[in-house]
Design a binder for this molecule. Structure first.
Ligand code: ATP
Length: 730
């Protein structure tokens, strides 16, 4: 029961109305019978919860029950007799009881004050939690902003990287061009050398021609000289002839002949020289001219090539100049980018540092949150009982007026359901009304999501490393399976989905969780593995032959079951397939044993193991989600055989569950023995019911009037559980 919403203790002065009446005011009331007095002392004292919730009513009842109502019922004289002895008895009775009643009232006030103090403490915690929540939201928003900033910077860095790659590519292209340019340069060098060679050849050719021309000119000069000398000789000869003619006509003939002979000789020499000259001229023309022509042609070609190369070279030089300018520009851009990149790296580093601080803050906040969450849960009570009404099915009586659910009042913290039942003869005068108080009551129009909103906090506790048990108790068909396992929105599917969401969020605070599950049922005190591998000849017989033992490790407070299948839950798909596997096995058993599912307890066990890589913290919690067997009372004398066995086992295990919770509430040292071993169910859940564990019981009831008796039985059982509190440190 939540302390949060317990009504405040009234001031003592204002409690006058509830004080015990003085003997004088009640002097007309008869004295208590000895039998009643005896019963009062021998009955066990009411639990603390019962005292707090029903004290006023009890007090009234006690007083009225002790006052004789008629002389025929207790043998005392009627108040109208006015006898002094009965008045004296009455006075004596009140004197002896008023002290005790006042003491009780005193005790009640004390307890209520403690309750108020706890209530205030709880409000303080609530305030603190709200502040932390606001701080948390701020930190989360700051983190988101910083992450966005980081994201943008990373994008910018990425762009810079891409532009660097582009520049590198362009530079590489430039290098390739340079290589080609060098090749062109080498080519031009070759060409230059070739030109030099050509010009040398040209010069040589020129020199040779010059030399030959000089030689020819010399020879021509010689010929001219010879011609001149011949001409001179002719003149001399003519002179001599004339002299001879004149002087020596006789000798003329002889000298002329001689001279003619000489002259013929000279002519021959001249002819020979002329022949030599023409031979040389021919030789010059035949041999050197083709070579010169060839060389001239080559020279022209080379010139042409040279001009072309020169033009290309000019183009390349211009291109190279442009490239060099571009390279310079790019290099400048690269150095700018490098500077920017360094600045970005610094920014990123500072953001990372900030993120680290934020992370550390978050981790610290998480630890505080866990402590506060647990304190809050403890303040709300380690045992909670919720009631859930299911609407009448179409086939059932639609009249639900027997049940009346009080509106939930947040400041009250509890909710009451009134059950009206006709007395003997069906007369409305004989109607009896029973009141049952629970931490919360879900009416017929509340959905599974409304239910999960309340359960979620306990799932969070399991993630924080506590053991949690959630039971669904009620008669067959009251909605236990609908509450626990409805495929879309039952507690089990919603729990797992939320666990995935929460563990994902906790990752950024350094927490990494491994989630495993087992799904078993307890049928006739035998454990059946609902996740075992099915094979073709699998039948109910082979199921029950596999032995499963429960082992408790007292050091680690962990419980294991031998030969049981454990499945890793890493995605919603695996959860779906695990639940389908289990439901298939259950439905197979249902066809073989009538209404098997309502005759067995099914337990979905989720192990949540978390490790925080940043703080080194570890947490290990177990969440047990239990769909109990139908609780309807079947008289053992009405059934036989297998059904009788089932009934005995169910009755035994459910009453054992009640006993265990009762025993846990008993602080008396002599009664510290908790009868966990009396049933498989309680023995299995031993570690999850003791210590700092949290327990939630749903009592599922049908609102249909034809189920009223079973509804009352279920509500009575649940009220008994609700009147207990978990004993710590067992
Ligand atoms: N809150 C609800 N709203 C609507 N229908 C419901 C609700 N609770 C239960 N039902 C319907 O009532 C019927 C019986 O419910 P369910 O099978 O969950 O009961 P049960 O207690 O688990 O029975 P059993 O013990 O046989 O497993 C089902 O048809 C279910 O759909």
């Amino acid at each position: 029961m939540s302390m949060r919403d317990t009504p405040r203790t009234p001031l003592r002065t204002s409690a006058a109305g509830s004080r015990i009446p003085s003997p004088s005011r009640t002097s007309q009331i008869g004295s208590i019978s000895t039998a009643q007095q005896k019963r009062r002392y021998t009955s066990s004292p009411p639990s603390k919860r019962a005292v707090s919730s029903t004290f006023a009513a009890e007090k009234r009842n006690t007083i009225h029950s002790r006052i004789p109502q008629s002389s025929s019922s207790n043998g005392l004289s009627a108040p109208t007799s006015g006898s002094s002895s009965s008045s004296a008895n009455l006075t004596k009775f009140y004197k002896s009881n008023i002290l005790e009643l006042n003491e009780l009232q005193e005790t009640l006030y004390r307890k209520k004050s403690i309750l108020d103090a706890k209530n205030d403490e709880y409000d303080g915690y609530k305030q603190k939690q709200q502040e932390i929540q606001i701080k948390w939201d701020k930190v989360a928003a700051e983190k988101k902003r910083v992450e966005n900033e980081l994201h943008m910077k990373q994008n910018e860095l990425q762009r810079c990287k891409q532009s660097s790659i582009e520049k590198k590519r362009i530079l590489e292209q430039g290098h390739a061009l340079q290589i080609r340019e060098l090749e062109a340069k080498n080519q031009s060098e070759i060409n230059r050398m070739r030109n030099e060679f050509d010009s040398k050849i040209e010069k040589l050719k020129h020199d040779k021609i010059k030399e030959f021309e000089t030689k020819r000119n010399d020879l021509l000069d010689q010929v001219e000289g010879k011609k001149n000398s011949i001409l001179m000789n002719d003149t001399i000869l003519a002179d001599m002839k004339r002299e001879i003619d004149n002087k020596y006509i006789g000798l003329k003939e002889e000298w002329l002949n001689n001279f003619q002979a000489d002259w013929t000789k000279q002519v021959e020499i001249n002819e020979k020289t002329s022949q030599d000259i023409s031979t040389m001229q021919t030789k010059l023309d035949n041999e050197l001219n083709p070579e010169i022509e060839e060389l001239t042609k080559k020279l022209a070609e080379s010139k042409e090539r040279f001009e072309k190369l020169q033009a290309t070279l000019d183009d390349r030089t211009d291109e190279t100049k442009e490239l060099v300018a571009k390279i310079d520009e790019k290099e400048k851009q690269i150095s700018d980018s490098k500077l920017k990149s360094e600045e970005l790296s610094k920014d990123i580093q500072s953001i990372k540092d900030k993120l680290k601080i934020v992370d550390n803050e978050l981790i610290k906040e998480e630890t505080v949150r866990r402590t506060l969450h647990n304190e809050l849960q403890e303040l709300r009570g380690n045992i909670r009982v919720y009631c859930r009404l299911r609407p009448p099915l179409p086939s059932e009586d639609q009249d639900t007026s027997n049940l009346n659910v009080e509106k939930f009042d947040d400041s009250n913290g509890t909710q009451t359901i009134d059950v009206h039942k006709q007395g003997y003869g069906g007369s409305s005068n004989n109607q009896q009304t029973s009141h049952f108080k629970f931490d919360k009551i879900f009416d017929t129009d509340d959905t599974n999501y409304d239910v999960f909103n309340e359960v979620g906090q306990l799932v969070q506790s399991a993630l924080d490393g506590y053991n949690v048990c959630i039971f669904a108790y009620g008669q067959t068909g009251s909605g236990k399976t609908y509450t626990m396992l409805n495929p879309k929105d039952g507690i089990i599917p919603l729990t797992i989905t939320h666990i995935f969401d929460w563990t994902e969020n906790l990752k950024e605070r350094g927490w990494c969780y491994s989630i495993t599950c087992q799904f078993i049922e307890i049928y006739n005190e035998n454990i059946v593995d609902l996740l075992r591998n099915r094979n073709g000849n699998d039948d109910t017989e082979s199921i029950t032959t596999t032995r499963h033992d429960i082992r408790h490790n007292m050091d680690t407070q962990r419980t294991t079951i031998t030969n049981i299948t454990t499945c890793k839950l890493d995605s919603e798909a695996t959860v779906h397939s695990v639940l389908q596997r289990a439901s298939k096995l259950r439905s197979t058993a249902t066809t073989k044993s009538n209404e098997h599912s309502s005759r067995s307890h099914s337990i979905f066990i989720v192990h949540l193991r978390g490790e925080n890589s940043k703080t080194g913290e570890m947490s290990e919690g177990t969440l047990n989600l239990i769909d109990l067997a139908g609780s309807e009372r079947i008289n053992s004398s009405q059934v036989t055989g297998e059904r009788l066995r089932e009934t005995q086992h169910i009755n035994k295990s459910l009453s054992c569950l009640g006993d265990v919770i009762h025993a846990l509430n008993d602080n008396s040292v002599s009664k510290r023995h908790i009868p966990f071993r009396n049933s498989k169910l309680t023995y299995l859940l031993q570690n999850s019911l003791t210590g700092n564990s949290k327990t939630l019981m749903f009592v599922n009831i049908s609102s249909a009037s034809n189920h009223l008796n079973e509804t009352l039985n279920s509500l009575r059982f649940a009220s008994k559980v609700n009147a207990t509190k978990m004993q710590k440190g067992l």
